[in-house]
Ligand binder design. Sequence first.
Ligand code: ATP
Length: 266
Amino acid sequence: GADTEGSRGRATGVTYEDIGGLDDELELVREMIELPLSEPEVFAHLGIEPPKGVLLHGPPGTGKTLIAKAVANEVDATFITISGPEVLSKYKGESEEKLREVFKEARERSPSIIFFDEIDSIAAKRDDGGDVENRIVGQLLSLMDGLDARGDVVVIGATNRVDSLDPALRRGGRFDREIEIGVPNIAGRREILDVHTRQMPLADDVDIDRLASRTHGFVGADLESLAKEAAMTALRRSRRTGDGVSVSEMTVTRADFESAMASVEP
Ligand code: ATP
């Protein structure tokens, strides 16, 4: 449509290779979303309806958006992002209109994934919110109920506060599948660090296992910052010393990671 907000279009560019840890979670998401979008006839044959909505919940920066983008990319689905605050910021009555537009576009460009970030902000429990929130939740419910059972449009909701969601949204036929995307453990952190250092020229003294063990409490976004900060430290170091190291000889060292550790906090 004429609306240019959010990001849309096929080819999000994110692949499963870009996701560290989360193997089990990804497996669930793929079964619920990828299969219905790519092989809807399997569900029809078995006489079951694929899910219309899947809720990803967990702390910020753990990979919820990344997963949604990767699935969309993998099945070549249109990826449409909206966020609760974006919908809420519309003028009176325009929030519902905005939601209708998004669903219309998703249908027209199916197969599609609508990624609804910070969904709790529009869909807080009705007793928490005023009249406006009621109407927006009501509109979202009716749009989801109106999605046909073929499964070619799926809504992925993301939230950090699953308990504050309107229970009507978590009932059958709406967001009735929930997957927790948690803070990574040491093995997960190791895989995430691998993803974010894959393209870096690491010096031999860098020990990723050790970094993984020292980054308790870091989520994916923190680990990405850590890797970037280490690379920037390497860059600054080579500028400062002006030791004539050529670009192709630059490496990111253990010391660069050490100084990045001092500035990046979970
Ligand atoms: P929010 O609730 O803030 O929207 P989110 O869970 O959707 O958070 P993402 O946007 O997916 O988080 O993650 C932010 C960035 O952090 C990603 O673009 C990616 O670079 C990195 N990241 C997060 N989790 C992972 C992961 N599991 N593997 C690799 N990178 C990750």
